[in-house]
Write a protein that binds this ligand. Structure first.
Ligand code: HEC
Length: 254
């Protein structure tokens, strides 16, 4: 019996381990979409630093107002830099530059910046991918933008948050810290020029943007978490009622 089960055990245990070894080592984002202040800060950062290049094609400004606890006026004045209407979906401020005549982001960066509506769901590792990506830019003079990234090697996106994070360099591979307990160690960086934010504040910036993009990937999750507790309570209550009812039905049988 045990012998027959062993191969299956191997598949169950080794599968995730092998899969985990394939991608980059990801940091835990700690992004919390129930933290509305974090979502608001993340939205502010997103529209100031990312919205020029990236669109959020599945989200409308009106939905942001409702979900982030902001007035429509606050959204239009602080988060909308494209002149879009409150009911519009969120376009990038910069043209993508596709097509023979249009000049835009693709011509300048070599790649069109992808829509970020679903990025926190599309990549292995989910929100942790986005978070680690924002933590992993380093100077690399061999790249056209001057920047490289350990999570997404040779990405054509520059490090748009460098004034906040500062400038970091990548340590040569052999100097990377040993990962304890059989974990692969992630790359190590040296902050050679501090930014306007302390390392802890920058981690919070990255966490806030990540929370915002996680929310954007599934706005309904906010409601689901709110209703979830009531569903559980209902089920508990119903179990109690069903138990009493069973007692009632069976009391003459015994
Ligand atoms: C100057 C334009 C520009 C700005 C500003 C910008 N990006 Fe990008 N971004 C790009 C481009 C171009 C790519 C595509 C990179 C590639 O495919 O090589 C990209 C790719 C990405 C990706 C996709 C990585 C993947 O695995 O496909 C993520 C996530 C991302 N950007 C997040 C952000 C966030 C968050 C911000 C704001 C802090 C931001 N970007 C600001 C140009 C920009």
């Amino acid at each position: 019996m045990i012998k027959r089960l062993l191969p299956w055990l191997f598949v169950l245990v080794a599968g995730p381990v092998l899969a985990a070894g394939a991608g980059p080592v990801l940091l835990q984002s700690g992004a919390n979409i129930s933290d509305q202040a974090s979502l608001q800060r993340g939205a502010q950062l997103y529209f100031n630093y990312c919205g020029s290049c990236h669109s959020l094609q599945y989200v409308r400004y009106s939905r942001l107002a409702k979900d982030l606890g902001l007035t429509e006026k606050q959204v239009m004045e602080n988060l909308n830099f494209t002149g879009g209407k409150i009911g519009d979906t969120i376009k990038a401020a910069m043209p993508a530059g596709l097509g023979p005549d249009a000049v835009g982001a693709e011509d300048w960066f070599g790649k069109a910046p992808p829509d970020l509506s679903l990025i926190a769901r599309a990549r292995l590792g989910g929100a942790d991918y986005t978070y680690t990506y924002l933590m992993s830019f380093y100077v690399d003079p061999t790249r056209p933008s001057g920047w490289n990234n350990t999570v997404f090697p040779n990405a054509s996106m520059p490090h748009v948050l460098w004034e906040r994070q500062g400038i970091q360099t990548l340590r040569p591979a052999e100097e990377h810290a040993e990962g304890g307990e059989g974990h692969a160690a992630g790359p190590s960086f040296d902050l050679v020029k501090p930014g306007s934010r302390t390392p802890e504040q920058y981690r919070q910036d990255a966490r806030d943007i990540t929370a915002f993009l996680k929310y954007v990937g599934e706005p309904a999750a906010l409601d689901r978490e709110k209703y979830g507790i009531w569903v559980i309570l209902y089920l508990l209550l119903f179990t109690g009622v069903a138990y009493l009812l069973k007692h009632e039905y069976w009391k003459d049988v015994h």
